[in-house]
Design a protein around this ligand. Structure first.
Ligand code: NAP
Length: 293
């Protein structure tokens, strides 16, 4: 079987092109979408992610406020900055780059973001909306994967979808989105017995663990679609996913590369969510003005 490598970079470029128009239309109505990205400390990987996010915003003509705070910033100081951004009408999306330094409770910080500005979709209210089938903001990585499947003409309806990794930011929301699209979902974690027995039953296999080469060709059902979310830095400095791509070639029907697969779609969905947040905020503003007239 010939295995197609899905071009996440090209697809992301195409999606951004489509959303650039929506962002421009909003700006033309006096509502330029604005995203604030806060980072605490100077973790190099987090800084690189933030740079990519800010660059993607600029590419679509969004206002992006990049706020860098020192590692010693207190939780109260961070909460005060978030309160300021919640109240700023020019900012429609607020994102706090995770992980945060240990002295700051991430849950408190996430809960402090106004749910209508929570473009990462991590606020418990947005998690609840997603779980009940009415997502306001789907978390960016799973949302990017869903769009990737759609654009590749892959319909999850009735398919066995197996997800490796059950984190709040990838695995769990991925399971919910696939379930809502009619897939039969298996969500594996570090305690799962006989992982290969599960993966071999997958029509759609999503690896989001953070272990290089966890998935090998022998674990993949012939013809399956393999989505590699993992980003692992190898001792030689190169990036690798969770899938041993070489060994799944000829077995899977499609596979995403690392880099250049899920990563660019994740960043793109953040910008999409920021534009959506601005569209909703400006529509609400227009309704209020109509009522006051
Ligand atoms: P995480 O919070 O560390 O969660 C890892 C999950 O994998 C946990 O649920 C863990 O199980 C499970 N796990 C560990 N060993 C396993 C095994 N042998 N078999 C099956 N499951 C196992 O990780 P994360 O934040 O979701 O990220 C996962 C990977 O995706 C990382 O490499 C990260 O860098 C990458 N990532 C990429 C993007 C992107 O845009 N491409 C975005 C986000 C994350 P327990 O629940 O039992 O601990």
């Amino acid at each position: 079987m010939e295995t197609k490598i899905i071009d996440g970079t090209g697809l992301a470029r195409q999606v951004r092109e489509e959303w650039r128009e929506r962002a421009r239309a909003l700006a033309g109505r006096g509502c330029r979408p604005g995203l604030a990205v806060l980072i605490v400390g100077d973790d190099p990987a987090s800084k690189a992610y933030v740079r990519n996010k800010v660059r993607a915003c600029a590419e679509l003509g969004l206002r992006s406020d990049h706020i860098e705070l020192p590692a010693a910033t207190s939780e109260d100081e961070l909460l005060a900055r978030i309160a300021g951004l919640n109240a700023d009408p020019g900012i429609h999306g607020v994102l706090v780059q995770l992980p945060l330094p240990k002295h700051i409770a991430s849950e408190r910080v996430i809960e402090a973001i106004a749910p209508e500005k929570d473009v990462d979709g991590f606020h418990p209210l947005n998690v609840g909306l997603l779980a009940t089938g009415h997502p306001r903001f789907a978390p960016c990585t799973p949302a990017g994967i869903m769009l990737m499947l759609e654009r590749e003409g892959i319909d999850p309806w009735g398919q066995n979808a197996v997800i490796l990794g059950a984190s709040n930011i990838v695995g769990k929301p991925m399971a919910l989105l696939l379930l809502q699209r009619g897939a039969t979902v298996t969500l594996c974690n570090s305690k799962t017995r006989d992982l290969a027995a599960h993966t071999r039953a997958a029509d759609i296999l999503i690896a989001a663990v953070g272990r290089p080469n966890l998935v090998t060709g022998g674990m993949v059902k012939p013809g399956a679609v393999v989505i590699d979310v993992g980003i692992n830095r190898l001792p030689d400095g190169k990036l690798a996913g969770d899938v041993d791509t070489r060994s799944v070639m000829g077995v899977a029907s499609r596979v995403t590369p690392v880099p250049g697969g899920v990563g660019p779609m994740t960043v793109t969905m953040l910008v999409v969510n920021a534009v959506l947040a601005a569209e909703r905020a400006c529509a609400d503003e227009a309704k209020t003005e109509d009522r006051e007239r």
